[in-house]
Design a protein around this ligand. Structure first.
Ligand SMILES: Nc1ncnc2c1ncn2[C@@H]1O[C@H](COP(=O)(O)OP(=O)(O)OP(=O)(O)O)[C@@H](O)[C@H]1O
Length: 409
């Protein structure tokens, strides 16, 4: 068995994303890893929180990994997968997976760790010829600060993944779980169709013009009218900056947050090329009685400003999407490009999260991201295993295989 690849957990962003991506790529490629000073740049000393532990254990189980040091608050783990996908997993061929957390750790950060694995792990196995949905139910927080909300996943992540060639992912929110207004558990089911063949390279070059914008407000019922009015006014005021060459098309939805301290706003712009850019804020400052109007104003102002900044750079992915696309670029067949946009004629730097994801991918699977947002992927799945499955796949796949083989040669 090869020596594990060592990853120092304080590198760049030095948070949980490094661990999630590393364990996911490790499980997929059966590469042993050792991570030290886990989440070493995080306040409170770092280590594994429940959300990270859940993801690592699930991936370890799925890839039959030998694990040491895997426990709450642990700062060092060694993760040694024994097979790409363990045999005998009930969900492997379509079915239900339930990933339970007892705290409102972000369900979507757990999803971030397991989604690429679920999508890619079965490519090349004889089972992969049948497209069957896997319903992944995750319990925890659906709306948690500093992580993608379920609304963002449904309205931005899933459509963007569809745009790059991933089969559509459906979202069913059973109940909301919050980090604000007192911790509360919720759950969501994502219906995921695993890839049956390698993911072709994708190109996100053309942002296009903004076609429509959707505002999702979740707040106490008594704040509905005030919130809607504030959003209306802001759309009127900022219309020109958002819809430059198209007729404004705006949709506003409201949901009762059922709690006086839970305020959330998400804005999602859809462009003429199908790109989605989103910005949101789950209000995380102190909520004082009598101050609701100013809270709503500050949420609306901030989220509109953030979205307009995203629109101004003309890139094809918002700041968060950019780091979440890294794993797909790294695993695709050929060179995928994600144009990140420009500010004052200068290419926009990837966020520290994105740079961290680039670094992890480089360390584990030796891919390189250039300054233009391009990366030659490793053609995950287009290998020996996949070729041996050729005889059982349908004609269309066989022709793709031949092409892949020519490209590779
Ligand atoms: N508002 C948001 N919308 C969409 N995605 C977000 C949002 N905020 C953060 N993210 C994404 O969530 C991930 C957060 O990674 P990070 O390492 O900070 O997470 P973490 O596990 O909570 O770690 P830590 O507790 O160590 O900060 C990144 O992929 C980031 O792009």
């Amino acid at each position: 068995m090869a020596n594990p690849i060592h990853l120092e957990g304080t590198t760049l962003e030095g948070g949980g994303q490094l661990l999630r991506l590393a364990t996911c790529l490790s499980a997929l490629t059966s590469t042993p890893i050792n991570i030290t000073t886990i989440r070493g740049k995080r306040f409170g000393g770092g280590g594994l929180k429940a959300q990270h532990l859940t993801s690592v254990q699930w991936l370890g189980n799925a890839s039959n990994a030998r694990m040491s040091g895997v426990g709450l608050k642990s700062k060092e783990i060694t993760f040694t997968p024994q097979s790409r996908i363990a045999s005998g997993l009930e969900w492997r061929n379509g079915g239900d997976v339930h990933i339970k957390q007892n705290t409102p750790g972000s369900v979507n950060l757990v999803l971030q760790a397991v989604l690429p694995y679920i999508l890619f792990a079965n490519i090349g196995s004889a089972d992969a010829k049948v497209k069957k949905k896997i319903r992944v139910k995750i319990t925890g927080g659906t709306n948690v600060s500093n992580s993608p909300s379920c609304d963002y996943v449904e309205q931005v992540l899933a459509p963007m993944l569809s745009l790059i060639g991933i089969p559509p992912i459906e979202t069913q929110i059973h109940s909301r779980g919050w980090s604000q207004g007192g911790a509360r558990l919720g759950s969501v089911t994502y219906s995921i169709t695993p890839l049956t063949k390698p993911l072709p390279a994708f190109q996100l070059f053309e942002r296009g013009d903004v076609k429509s914008i959707r505002a999702t407000i979740i707040a106490p019922k008594e704040a509905e009218q005030r919130f809607r009015d504030e959003v209306d006014v802001m759309f009127e005021r900022r219309e020109e900056g958002m819809f430059r060459s198209t007729q404004p098309d705006v949709q506003i939805t409201f949901e009762d947050s059922m709690h006086e301290k839970r305020f959330y706003l998400l804005l999602v712009a859809t462009t003429t090329t199908g790109v989605k850019l989103g910005r949101d804020w789950l209000y995380d400052h102190v909520v004082r009685v009598g101050k609701i109007d100013s809270i709503i104003s500050s949420i609306v102002k901030k989220v509109f400003n953030d979205l307009i900044e995203e629109l101004d750079h003309e890139g094809c992915a918002d700041e968060y999407m950019r780091d979440q696309l890294v794993v797909f670029q790294a695993l695709a067949v050929g060179k995928s490009n994600v144009y990140g946009g420009k500010r004052k004629e200068v290419l926009l730097e990837p966020s520290l999260h994105a740079k961290t994801a680039h670094w992890v991918a480089k360390e584990l699977i030796d891919v390189h991201f250039d300054d233009d947002g391009g990366c030659e992927g490793i053609a995950f799945g287009a290998d020996q295993d996949y070729n041996t499955a050729e005889s059982v796949v349908v004609d269309e796949t066989a022709s793709v295989l031949k092409k892949l083989k020519v490209d590779k040669d």
